[in-house]
Design a protein around this ligand. Sequence first.
Ligand code: HEC
Length: 103
Amino acid sequence: MKCQYLIRMLAVVPALVVAGHASADSTGKWQDSQEIYSKVCGYCHEANVGPVITGRNLMPEYIQAIVRNGNRAMPAFRESEINDAALAGVVKLVSTSTSSLKK
Ligand code: HEC
């Protein structure tokens, strides 16, 4: 089944993120914002590698700028890694979260 293949591909993503080569699955699309948050952001931000970013009312513009530009230990993610539409979804999810989004 194609679906199972995609799920297996996504399981590899955290390792790729660490190598600085994060990317979406073979279709170039993530399943949803929660998945991106869990698989990419959560890899660091739910693991004490990066600061907690949920439940803090962080400004959407600020989150987006950090993700695109990086900041010290925070890696920058290019459009080819997380496209604008996908990033907008994650930014909304994080900025409006009231508590941890860990899944
Ligand atoms: C490889 C680990 C890693 C990944 C993956 C990662 N971050 Fe970060 N992030 C960090 C670290 C470390 C910092 C703190 C940087 C510093 O201040 O030196 C940070 C900082 C931030 C900040 C600023 C937090 C603050 O307190 O001001 C935001 C916002 C942020 N990250 C959003 C995201 C989002 C959204 C994603 C997913 C698209 C993501 N990060 C993925 C490691 C990561």
